[in-house]
Design a protein. Structure first.
Length: 307
């Protein structure tokens, strides 16, 4: 079987997509390729300035692209609700891409630990609020970005806000395991495909953000070297997301990542994940806690199931 490339993306004219964190890195490349292949794309960005630059980049690369900018801060549920009210029409593709990684301890506008609150709860709420639009499209897909770090993740339901102890890498791993568990649980509940994807080791600005916020010049320099020596490009890192969003052979509830050594780089394929991420009881518990924290109930699923 030949290796997949972006040339295999089908004609997406008539499709509508939302990509979170589309201002740079994986999100920018994901949005660019979707737009280049005909989809109408909403760039869901926290920073208006960086979003405008991304918009200009895409329009320069694909002059005929149907792309607009939307304001979204996943660390603020009021912003998530406002975005969904503005952009909540019929939707074919939702790419839950945005994220933060290994930052100093911070909280969201709603008081949640920042990494869990942004990476998981923000996307959980966004997906639930956009659910009516997804249900309008029979072939809709939701792709949620996880990470190879999910392998060492553990969801500590008794300390989700890290109030007792904060260790930035275990908390990041917890949030990425939550992304994977959510993708699988959504697929059990929804009539459309929900899948996970991870980029392997992709060179983006994500790795250096934490050390920069910590004031660690050494940490920032170390990740700069690793990005150069080990990481694949952010364009290649976006391939698993694009494959998961568009390939005909994608299966619901699965995860897609690079096929190379250690799932670190290479063409996308279905990849192995931590076995307990597929545990329905873990999925149910995370879902219930997420509903309680965000107030987003996914009630439209009950209506859809009832016919």
């Amino acid at each position: 079987m030949p290796k997949w490339t972006t040339q295999a993306i089908p004609d997406l004219r008539g499709k509508r997509a939302i990509v979170t964190g589309a201002n740079s890195g994986l999100g920018l490349w994901t949005a660019l390729e979707l737009a280049r292949h005909g989809a109408a794309v909403v760039l869901a960005c926290r920073s208006a300035e960086r979003g405008e630059r991304a918009l200009a980049t895409i329009r320069a690369a694909a002059p005929d692209a149907d792309v607009i900018l939307g304001s979204l801060d996943l660390a603020d549920l009021a912003s998530v609700r406002a975005f969904a009210e503005t952009h909540g029409s019929a939707l074919d593709l939702l790419i839950n891409n945005a994220g933060v990684m290994a930052l100093p301890h911070r909280t969201t506008a709603d008081g949640f630990e920042l990494q869990f609150g942004t990476n998981h709860l923000g996307h959980f709420a966004l997906t639930g609020l956009l659910l009516p639009g997804l249900l309008e499209r029979p072939d809709a897909r939701v792709v949620t970005l996880t990470s190879a770090m999910h392998w060492v993740g553990r969801i500590d339901f008794g300390n989700l806000d890290a109030e007792r102890r904060y260790r930035k890498w275990p908390v990041y791993s917890q949030s990425k395991l939550a992304n994977l568990v959510f993708a699988k649980e959504l697929d059990r509940r929804a009539p459309f495909l929900s899948v996970a994807a991870h980029p392997g080791y992709a060179s983006t600005n994500l790795q250096q953000a934490g050390p920069r916020m910590d004031g660690s010049k050494a940490g920032e320099a170390l990740f700069g070297v690793l990005n150069t020596l080990i990481g694949q490009s952010d364009a290649a890192g976006a391939w698993p997301s694009l494959y998961a969003a568009t390939a005909a052979e994608v299966e619901g509830g699965q995860c897609y990542g690079p096929r190379g050594p250690g799932q670190s780089r290479g063409a996308p394929t279905r990849v192995r994940t931590l076995r307990r991420a597929a545990d329905p009881e873990l999925g149910r518990r995370l879902w219930e806690v997420s509903v309680e924290r965000t107030g987003v109930t996914f009630g439209a699923l009950t209506t859809a199931a009832g016919g």
